[in-house]
Design a protein around this ligand. Sequence first.
Ligand SMILES: [Mn+2]
Length: 324
Amino acid sequence: MDTLFNKLNEIFKSHSKIVIMAHNDPDLDGISSSLALNYILDKLEIESYVFLSKKEFVEYNNSVSQLLMRVNNANFLYPDNYKDVIDENTGLVILDVHQRERIEYPDILDDIKNVIVLDHHIKNNCYIRDTELFYIDSTISSMAEFMVKYAKNLNINFNTLLSSALLAGIEIDTNSFTLKTTEETFKAAAHLTSMGADSVLKQELLKESKDDYLRRADFIRSSYVINKNIAICPLTVLKTSKEELAEIAEELLKFEYIDASFAIGLLSENEVGVSARSIGNINVCDIMKILGGGGHLTNAACQISNSTVKEIERKLQKVLGELE
Ligand SMILES: [Mn+2]
């Protein structure tokens, strides 16, 4: 990791300024790690900005808007003013995502050519090319964990708000330290605690709206079990997101007897998404590969064009039926 951090320092210093951007509909991991990088670059005396596509913080999900409203020392850029700030030598850091169409403001890639991608998701074929640095490591729990390590390497301490937000980001991405959690994740969490992460503040940031919870609960109510230990949850709504599918699949793993879970839903008019999770004894990656996707043993997904939720549900039932 140290070599990577040195390389990052070098790249950051070679630019006049740095614009930081996470994925669209950002979560606490994307935003806390963006703010953390902004803070680190500030300490390194490198001009940097966090790009947000919306000016009204309340338009973001509850956690993100709670965090943004509490931040008072970050620099933000918006679609209507970034062109006045950037120049030829500006670098763009894409965090917590690596596909063009999934970043907060894809058009920016036409304006900033020096791109650095830092992500911890499973690599998709449609990744951003022609980058100065493309770092993707799906063994790290979260970008928050990455930023804690980076700051530690530089001997930079975060303040209470950032420490709490980063800890909340790790909790979100690991489903409270159950998924993708390694020794390094706990070390990062311990370090955040020693820097003053506050558990009340963290809980405030992690609060979600009752409507979101109830929407998810309705989907979970309509899920069913096959092969005695596999939960399938088809979403009968017009549109969902990869994040929502992942949240549902993760939540289904909490229930007794469930070893693997699949959430299926419509991502756009002609694209069906499946998010698959396992506690570790069923290889969901193998199953997603049959449907054209990929991932890891415990965490996999696929997107299928020109199909319906019902068709994919049947296909999945057939594949799982053959497993038994
Ligand atoms: Mn993340």
